[in-house]
Design a protein around this ligand. Sequence first.
Ligand SMILES: *[C@@H]1O[C@H](CO)[C@@H](O)[C@H](O)[C@H]1NC(C)=O
Ligand SMILES: *[C@@H]1O[C@H](CO)[C@@H](O)[C@H](O)[C@H]1NC(C)=O
Ligand SMILES: *[C@@H]1O[C@H](CO)[C@@H](O)[C@H](O)[C@H]1NC(C)=O
Length: 297
Amino acid sequence: MGHFAAMVGVIFLLGLINLSAANRDTCDLYAAVGLSVTLPLDFDGLTNAHELKWFHNNTVVFHRKQNKLIVVKTGDISPMGSLQLKNLQFSDAGTYQADVLHPNNSIAKKWSGRLCVQGKVPKPQLTYICDFEFCTVNLNCIVTSPEGLVFSWTLGKKTLLNQTRQTWSISLSHLKGENVMCSVGNKVNRENSDVVRLTCKSPTWANLHCFTFKTMAAVLAGAGGLILLLLIIIIILCCHHKRAKTQMRLTNKVQLRMPSLNKQESGSISPDYETMHGTEDYLSPSPNECLLQQKGV
Ligand SMILES: *[C@@H]1O[C@H](CO)[C@@H](O)[C@H](O)[C@H]1NC(C)=O
Ligand SMILES: *[C@@H]1O[C@H](CO)[C@@H](O)[C@H](O)[C@H]1NC(C)=O
Ligand SMILES: *[C@@H]1O[C@H](CO)[C@@H](O)[C@H](O)[C@H]1NC(C)=O
């Protein structure tokens, strides 16, 4: 039970520390350098009888009491006591506080807030490198001083909400020659880079592994077609060669048979006939075989 309470206490403390850290980093108002901003006191019932004090970094910058201006260091005061700052400089940043007092010195209204003044954002320059070793396109959104800037990326027409870093790697296999744009912004300004079309050079055999199955299939289909063509050529050549060879053998046989026909005996016919028969067997299916082979492949 005691442990549990201690744990809850620690968690609560950590939460407090986190909260205060977050408060230190955030501002109630953001404004661009050179422009104007109004610090909103918005006290509806403000009269000349009230005493009004504005502080900047704990220094009084405006003080009016019983219709008398005691301090006027900066800005304009609206009828409701708001403070308007013009032509903002970086030194105008910091904490502001306003106090309104009743004539009897009791507090009528208080306001305090932190103002951050931010500069103009420079136009970023988008560069990329095709990395065939790791199969990625590495993008970089270059600005001179990236501190405190927020980056965003647009691929095609879609802004990617989860890409908020200055650099980004896209897998080459997902690349189809898209347009990419990056932008940088602070709370008051935003600038886009030029739109860049990503083109990584056509695949060579060495970096084929980077590309999608589709690309692979296309390349393999191309290679397959080439092999098929080669096969057909080889078969045709082979058939022609065979035909020429059998033609030659036939002529030879005929020439050989001439003298044997002149001789008249029983024994010598059979081997000759067998050879002839064999040759005919060999000869007759050959053209069909070639045709079949050509058609079948
Ligand atoms: C007020 O404080 C902020 C930091 O909190 C600083 O940036 C700014 O320059 C200060 N301005 C003056 C006038 O002291
Ligand atoms: C001071 O004056 C205001 C308005 O005149 C009134 O509402 C408030 O109660 C007064 N406070 C005291 C402490 O007298
Ligand atoms: C980022 O968002 C896109 C769609 O907007 C999604 O396809 C992608 O998977 C997301 N990536 C991560 C790392 O969440």
